[in-house]
Design a protein around this ligand. Structure first.
Ligand code: PHE
Ligand code: FE
Length: 288
């Protein structure tokens, strides 16, 4: 969301007023379905012991009657039964207001293309593998499903506060790149991580990135990068905690405070951070 790659200002030719398009499942080629299966097999094999319990439970929703890119008719029946959510196809990134409105109504907009073989490991624009494999399992969890609805409503509300950048960071550091502390260890649940082989290992096991206990205001002040592995990950204690500290908090006073607080540079550590791991930043420094 909210990155400015391929954002149009009105629905393109053939799209509905809410920017959705028919999934047109039959139009995917055999090679595209194979690409899904290859990515699916690789991730499902490496995620046990790394992904959050909620994600691994939700993965079952994606095990459909035929292989390949999920047919949304079948997928949505299962997802609707679990949490009332559905997946809708969109041509690419949609404007913020449209995106928030879909979330507020339990519709997750998914890109309708799949990456090319040379983009196996990193792409900046969400494809159907990221959007569906990465996001749908967590949407099958009742608590996370409610968080995403609250986020959509909060997004619509934020438009009246000029607070979009701050709210986008919350999405980034939870929905896309969140870590969770389970009783049996640290786990990943962010869609940007679980849909990436390299980042699934990096986020948990590499010494480079900071791992910091989640703090709402701190997160909303922290810059992020969209071009490579993250330099910070924020760790929630539980999905209930995430829902409580966001949905049950009125953000209006926070937005007021944030206007006067400086952004936090990407790898900076603050005195009152609760650090689980102080990153060496070796990975980012090596590339610079
Ligand atoms: N409670 C927030 C508000 O008052 C909305 C929100 C909920 C934002 C959940 C993010 C996640 O605006
Ligand atoms: Fe995403």
């Amino acid at each position: 969301m909210a990155n400015d790659l391929h954002v149009y200002d009105k629905p393109p030719e053939g799209a509905n007023a809410d920017w959705t398009i028919p999934q047109n499942w039959d139009a995917f080629t055999a090679a595209e379905h194979k690409m899904w299966d290859r990515l699916f097999a690789r991730q499902s094999e490496m995620l046990p012991g790394r992904a959050a319990d909620a994600f691994l439970r939700g993965l079952d929703v994606l095990k459909l009657s035929k292989p390949g890119i999920p047919d949304y008719c079948e997928l949505n029946q299962r997802l609707m039964r679990a949490t009332g959510w559905q997946v809708v196809a969109v041509p690419g990134l949609v404007p913020d207001e449209v995106f928030f409105d879909h979330l507020a109504n339990r519709r997750f907009p998914a890109g309708n293309f799949i990456r090319q073989p040379e983009q196996l490991d990193y792409l900046q624009e969400p494809d159907v593998f990221h959007d569906v494999f990465g996001h749908v399992p967590m949407l099958a969890d009742p608590v996370f499903a409610d968080y995403m609805v609250a986020y959509g409503k909060g997004g619509l509300r934020s438009l009246g506060f000029d607070a979009l950048d701050h709210l986008a960071r919350l999405y980034w550091y939870t929905v896309e790149f969140g870590l969770i502390q389970q009783a049996d260890g640290l786990r990943i649940y962010g869609a940007g991580i679980v849909s990436s082989y390299g980042e699934s290992i990096f986020a948990l096991e590499d010494n480079s990135p900071n791992r910091i206990k989640f703090d709402l205001l701190r997160v909303m002040r922290t810059r992020y990068r969209i071009d490579d592995f993250q330099q910070n990950y924020f760790v929630i204690g539980s999905l209930d905690e995430l829902l409580r500290t966001t949905a049950e908090t009125d953000f209006a006073p926070l937005y007021g405070q944030l206007e006067h607080l400086p952004d936090i540079a990407i790898a900076d550590i603050l005195d009152d951070d609760k650090l689980l791991h102080r990153g060496t930043q070796a990975y980012a420094l090596n590339k610079a």
